[in-house]
Design a protein around this ligand. Sequence first.
Ligand code: NAD
Length: 295
Amino acid sequence: AAHSVGFIGLGNMGAYMASNLLSSGVSVKAFDLNPEAVNDLKQKGATVADSVESMTDCETIITMLPSSPHVQATVTTLLNAGWEGKTWIDSSTIDPIVSKNLGEALAKEGKGKIDAPVSGGVKGAAAGTLTFMVGGESSTLDAVKPYLETMGANIVHCGANGSGQTAKLCNNLAMAIQMVGTAEALNMGDSLGLDPKILAGIMNTSTSRCWSSDSYNPYPGVLEGVPAGNDYEGGFGSSLMLKDLGLATSAAGAVKSATPLGNATKEIYTMMESMDMGKKDFGAVLQFLKGNCGN
Ligand code: NAD
């Protein structure tokens, strides 16, 4: 094929990931619905595609799209257009059941597919230090591992087709619940007159320590360089967290796995969305609990 990698979805994450591929000398053809995003990548040496259909000559396709319907539509379009390539890497966070079905549909056409959602955020995407949670055949992973290594520092094979998405959603489910729990405790302490810094220090050396308390504390001023100190800008948006909680609770529901706290947490982020807090980092749940919902 003429191009090694076709990259579809050049948003907050994808633009950096595709740049890292280009910097390590990979030939990249890029597409996004947003022409500005495509133009930016052209400056960095990518070939530009004006539609998904014109990427049939890409050996490997990487998608970094918002959610399940976008990925599903892209796979269908490219297969119908006669895609000549071999391997599909989907790094978007999507429904594990949809992901598994896409893998099976691609396998029927003789194509390999891995789901490879990431953690590490925009910072990790920029630095090329993402963690990839991979589901699919080992042979498919081995064939594209050099690409993943230019974008990430950790590549973990989680199991069969779809299991990378399952790992990602389980992680974000626990992370969201821990964030709400941490915010609830910090707000309660504050309301009872306790200094949030002292309380956070106690939590971080006691049994409630977690990433949301010791590395991403939602109480402004407790930690430097986290979104809480920057009016909750530049982090992981509450609406993306709501999307992941929707995916997690729906995947859990499909196999009758109970998620009582996941459901409650999803409702909290739904309320935040309806109060126009969707763009704020998910730690802004602390302000929501305080009743400070204005922007
Ligand atoms: P984003 O919204 O910034 O980017 C998505 C891009 O896809 C946009 O540029 C949009 O124009 C493009 N797009 C949408 N539909 C398209 C289509 N049909 N064809 C071509 N382009 C299309 O999102 P993001 O923050 O880059 O996240 C991408 C994925 O990664 C999501 O699934 C998200 O949950 C996941 N993720 C994000 C983060 C983060 O910190 N932002 C961290 C880990 C995982």
